[in-house]
Design a protein around this ligand. Structure first.
Ligand SMILES: NC(=O)c1ccc[n+]([C@@H]2O[C@H](COP(=O)([O-])OP(=O)(O)OC[C@H]3O[C@@H](n4cnc5c(N)ncnc54)[C@H](OP(=O)(O)O)[C@@H]3O)[C@@H](O)[C@H]2O)c1
Length: 320
């Protein structure tokens, strides 16, 4: 009951109050880190904020962590920091710009050479104010959060199957404000609003998850999503400075922000049903508004799938 009340109030749920209260309410215990020991865990966007924290936690648990990052020198620095802090030398780097499909293809080749992947966290992302296009001509937010991770997952499916992997998408509560809008994805409208774009693409992420997860189950892959609430990261500081200044005392710490990723990566598999969205170790609704729920139909998800295949270059060109 108290959790339901918290969930209704966005501020209490998304801020640090959420995990503080729920930790006591549900008597949270530490994740069972032994599930990760010796396992291969791939984390995208591991050079900063939530991704770096997740990689650090996985490394501390004794996982063989692969940091997927776009900047080689930053990646190497973070790799060395994590290896030293966690006394774990099994940390490696794969370079990929998730917005560049060629780069994603190279990274997928390297990841396939691992033979088996047990955890994949799709965390890389950014809220960019201005409209930009990638090398392949895609709108950047869509490319980085949706098409790049989609392509990466499809290309490394053999190693995900081999590892009976858990695939965890880090999405955002911002998606609650936006319907599934395929017309926008196909042709982002001007004037461009980076916050709206981000929320629309995060909505598409969870719609894709719901469409895709049942198929992945048949291959032994468990795909879920979580949103981290409002967490004080360099990304948040950069993209929403006024929001951060205003809410700073209420923002989650990194540990609070990543807790549910750690939990999803380590909890008994039967307790993390595929295709579900999580916050603070509990399944949450995909929708808070009727208009977004109405937009999210099986037919539109089917179209979204086709859109992703086309944009990722996995299907012949044609209408979406
Ligand atoms: N912080 C929050 O309150 C919050 C709330 C909801 C959702 N999220 C989500 O959480 C995830 C992590 O965000 P954060 O707050 O931790 O931000 P952050 O501190 O800026 O970290 C983002 C990470 O993603 C990487 N990245 C960005 N664009 C990339 C690209 N094109 N290719 C490869 N890597 C890329 C960054 O690499 P560089 O170091 O090279 O920039 C960085 O490692 C994002 O998906 C974000 O949407 C965050």
């Amino acid at each position: 009951m108290l959790d339901a009340l918290l969930e209704v109030s966005v501020v209490a749920s998304f801020s640090r109050l959420g995990p503080v209260i729920r930790r006591r309410l549900f008597r949270w215990e530490d994740p069972d880190w032994s599930h990760l020991t010796g396992r291969v865990a791939v984390v995208t966007g591991a050079t900063s904020g939530l991704g770096r924290e997740i990689a650090m936690d996985f490394a501390r648990a004794g996982a063989r962590v692969v940091l997927v990052a776009r900047d080689p020198s930053r990646a190497q620095r973070v790799r060395d920091e994590i290896a030293a802090a966690c006394s774990n030398s099994e940390i490696s780097v794969v370079i990929a710009d998730l917005g560049d499909l060629e780069s994603v293809r190279h990274a997928a080749n390297e990841l396939n050479a691992l033979g088996s992947v047990n955890v994949l966290v799709h965390n890389a992302g950014a809220l960019t104010r201005d409209f930009t296009k990638t090398t392949q001509g895609l709108e950047s937010t869509t490319a980085v959060h949706l098409i790049g991770p989609f392509l990466l997952t499809r290309l490394i499916e053999p190693v995900l199957v081999a590892g009976q992997a858990r695939v965890i998408w880090v999405t955002s509560g911002g998606m609650y404000s936006q319907p599934l809008d395929l017309d926008w994805l196909a042709a982002p409208q001007s004037p461009y609003n980076g916050v709206t774009a981000y929320a629309k693409v995060k909505r598409a992420q969870v719609a894709l998850l719901e469409h895709w997860a049942p198929e992945m189950v048949a291959h032994g892959i468990t795909m879920t999503a979580m949103h981290p609430g409002w967490t004080d990261t360099p990304g948040l500081q950069r993209s929403l400075p006024a929001f951060r200044r205003f809410l700073r005392p209420l923002l989650r710490t990194l540990a609070q922000g990543v807790d549910t990723v750690n939990w999803l990566a380590t909890a008994p598999i039967a307790s993390t049903p595929p295709g579900t969205l999580w916050l603070d170790r509990r399944v949450r609704s995909m929708h808070r508004l009727k208009r977004t729920r109405d937009s999210d139909t099986p037919a539109r998800r089917e179209r979204l799938w086709r859109y992703c295949e086309l944009r990722a270059g996995l299907a012949a060109q044609g209408p979406v």
